[in-house]
Unconditional design. Sequence first.
Length: 191
Amino acid sequence: MQNKELQKDDINHALQVLKAGGIVVIPTDTDWCFACDATNTHAVEKFVSIIGKNEYNILLLDNVSRLTAYLEEFPDIVWDLFDLSEKPLTLILGDAKNISPAVLSDKGTVGFQITNENFSKNLCSRFRNPLMISSLNKSPKLQNYTIEQIHEDVLAKAEYVVKSQQGRIVGGQKSSVISIGKGNVFRIICE
């Protein structure tokens, strides 16, 4: 029961930080990640100043039906790909809406990932906005790790690091990455 209360407190604290435009550290299906509100341009710009520019940014949501709020056109193939995927999946799509323009890549695309990890799923569900995420782990040698294995200088870049999940091993499960273009033409970037 004590861990459930700590997790509830963690989610409430993370929500406060996110709503104020801050950055939090959370577990996801694939990694420990920095996260911010993808609809808040100030938060996204602060996020990018910390992690640097990515080829594409990833937004985390709690279920696939919420994607319709963030895409001008919703390719039918998206339902099937998320349904059939047996591991984490990132779909890179264009024509995004209702997010900060600072999230978009130079090509005007953004990656979407649906979380099945309990803490991040609960946080996304309660927050209601997509979370822009990026891995804390920049070392290919570090897999299946706890938050305690990340240097404190890295963690200090966030306003809040979840407490209820500390000691938990995260990582080791990579996301498949598929880019979907016009006419449902897709390209597998990473299996």
